[in-house]
Design a protein around this ligand. Structure first.
Ligand code: ZN
Length: 163
């Protein structure tokens, strides 16, 4: 290999390393903004913030989830197992900052459990199929049920009606 070819190869290598470094940097930036860090729930990799809610019973901050101000027609499924949980037909604006429903879509797909955490007596709402924590049930909802299913957006996956 002559000296000229070696220089060329060297420069090419430096350029490639530089490009690779730049794209790796972009991936890191995208990763942090999209929050792509995942954790496992029932053998499925899900974003860390989702696992924090459905697995650890956490609550997302009010007015931050993707569905509290969402008004499309369709169904809301469990983010972990895709079980059908709620419908846009019973979704209403509770002013709480969390998606609120006055009824479930399919009886039996949502499970209720007493929750005595934080010194309060509340009713926890879970997915009946995979036990993902969804939110809590309150009795200050509108007619006809008087119920308010206060659900974390992180626990839900919206599927729009076909038009
Ligand atoms: Zn589920």
């Amino acid at each position: 290999m002559c000296f000229k070819t070696m220089t060329k190869t060297f420069l090419l290598a430096i350029t490639l390393i530089f490009i690779a470094g730049c794209s790796a940097q972009n991936e890191i930036n995208n990763g942090s903004t999209k929050n792509q860090e995942t954790e496992m729930f029932n053998g499925k990799a899900l974003p860390k913030n989702v696992c924090n809610v459905i697995r650890d019973g956490g609550t997302e901050a009010a007015f931050t989830g993707k569905y509290w101000d969402h008004h499309e027609n369709g169904v809301y499924k469990c983010v972990a197992c895709e079980s059908v949980l709620f419908s846009s037909e019973t979704k209403y604006d509770s002013g709480s900052g969390w998606p609120s429903f006055y009824d479930v879509l399919v009886n039996g797909n949502v499970k209720k459990k007493n929750d005595f955490s934080f010194g309060m007596k509340r009713i926890e709402v879970l997915c009946n199929k995979c036990e993902a924590h969804l939110g809590h049930l309150f009795d200050d909802g509108p007619n006809p049920t008087g119920l308010r299913y206060c659900i974390n957006s992180a626990s839900l996956d919206f599927v729009a009606d076909e038009k």
